[in-house]
Design a binder for this molecule. Structure first.
Ligand code: DX5
Ligand code: ZN
Length: 215
């Protein structure tokens, strides 16, 4: 079954407690935190303190998507805040092997994110260090953008290089989900949060993805 990770970037920032409770009721599989530093991407969103404040609200897995420069600086605080998965951008640090090792040594899931134009070749040198591959299907930094299909061509190569989970992130909705049939999971923000009952879009994504398997 498709795993669906709602992105908090599209949530009501003035109401995080209620939003997280609603995602839990809606059977979300994890909470996706888009951490942006205003440098790697233009926007600034939330830091470790906000994530820490929400940690005790739910047992849902917290996936922290670091869209930051110098991610190594932020990892200790994110781990302390209760992140279960830390996803770093391949483009954001020259010492990817060392970075992922530091996350794994803390017993947490390590993820690598790839922007649309970034090759996934480096995965061949990261054996055993990558639990989660986040393929950006938008250019990072904002929600409600149009789906970019070209990164889908990377999935075959990733399957040959690693048995990590493959997750697509950006522009995922009832129209684009059928194109995502080869992925294990998706992150979705604006499509989910524009509904009153989050269970409806989450269920719709799962059903349309399932139908696409037989297409
Ligand atoms: C973009 C983020 C995505 C985004 C998804 O930089 O990494 O997680 O919030 O939002 P939608 O689903 O609206 O594209
Ligand atoms: Zn994200």
């Amino acid at each position: 079954m498709l795993k669906v990770y709602p992105s908090m970037l599209s949530s009501d920032f003035a109401n995080l407690r209620d939003e997280i409770r609603a995602l839990e009721l809606a059977q979300a599989d994890a909470v996706h935190w888009d951490v942006m530093d205003g440098s790697f991407v233009d926007a600034i969103t939330f830091g470790a303190q906000v994530i820490a404040a929400c940690r005790s609200l739910t047992n849902l897995r917290f996936d922290v998507h670091l869209m930051v420069n110098n991610p190594a600086k932020h990892i200790p605080a994110m781990l302390k805040a209760g992140a279960d998965t830390i996803i770093v951008h391949a483009e954001s640090d020259p010492h990817l092997h060392k970075l992922l090792t530091s996350i794994k040594e803390q017993g947490k899931n390590a993820g690598v994110a790839f922007n649309p134009a970034t090759s996934v070749d480096c995965l061949q040198y990261l054996e055993g260090l990558v639990d989660f591959v986040l393929l950006m299907t938008v250019n990072p930094g904002a929600s409600a953008q149009a789906f970019i299909p070209s990164p889908l061509n990377k999935i075959t190569q990733i399957r040959a290089l690693t048995n990590a989970e493959i997750c697509l992130d950006g522009g995922i909705n009832d129209n684009s989900i059928a194109l995502c049939r080869a992925a294990d999971s998706v992150v979705s923000g604006s499509f989910i949060f524009r509904h009153n009952d989050y269970a409806i879009p989450i269920k719709q994504l799962r059903t349309l993805w399932e139908n696409a398997q037989c297409a």
